[in-house]
Design a protein around this ligand. Structure first.
Ligand code: THU
Length: 164
């Protein structure tokens, strides 16, 4: 038996000014999108912004439902919208921000497990990693260069695709 280790790394920025202009813009777009969230049940508002290789930015926010599981996270709203409006155009980066009605979000918000799985599929589909930029309302920014850092041992099986 061997003990093996998986190492992940992420960048932490105390100040947004250290980020590239493109990254700052994407975080700004995600933050604007927080205001478009529909979250009367959790009162937790999430905004996401994806940057496409053609320079277009697509945003999304969490959309809840009285039948709770029918709602969808901001990240998947943005990714699915981008993939449906711009099929074949790669997503290069994703920014996520959040605000809560009853507490202050001062730590980076990270995509949930289901969103991570959707990001895995998107990376495989486009054969390119997606940089993920995460911030709360305030506080530090965390950046990972691809989904593997957030979801090691990803489930993906190319042979499941009937045609590839
Ligand atoms: N949510 C997101 O939109 N993205 C995440 O990464 C985490 C959670 C939403 C789902 C739900 O509407 C609310 O936040 C509380 O979980």
């Amino acid at each position: 038996m061997k003990i093996k280790e998986v190492k992940i790394n992420f960048l932490e920025y105390e100040d947004d000014q250290e980020l590239s202009q493109e990254e700052q813009n994407l975080l700004g777009e995600a933050f604007k999108s927080v205001e478009k969230s529909y979250a009367p049940y959790s009162e937790f508002h999430v905004g996401a912004a994806v940057l496409l290789e053609n320079g277009v930015v697509v945003t999304g926010s969490n959309q809840e439902n009285a039948a709770y599981p029918s709602g969808l996270c901001a990240e998947r709203v943005a990714i699915f919208y981008a993939n449906s409006q711009y099929p074949g155009v790669k997503i290069t980066a994703l920014a996520v921000r959040a605000k809560a009605d009853h507490f202050h979000v001062n730590n980076p918000i990270t995509p949930c497990g289901s969103c991570r799985q959707v990001i895995v599929e998107t990376e495989h589909r486009q054969k390119e990693k997606i940089k993920i930029i995460m911030k709360g309302e305030t506080g530090p920014v965390h950046v990972v260069s691809g989904i593997e850092a957030l979801l090691p041992f990803t489930f993906y099986e190319a042979k499941l695709k009937k045609k590839s």
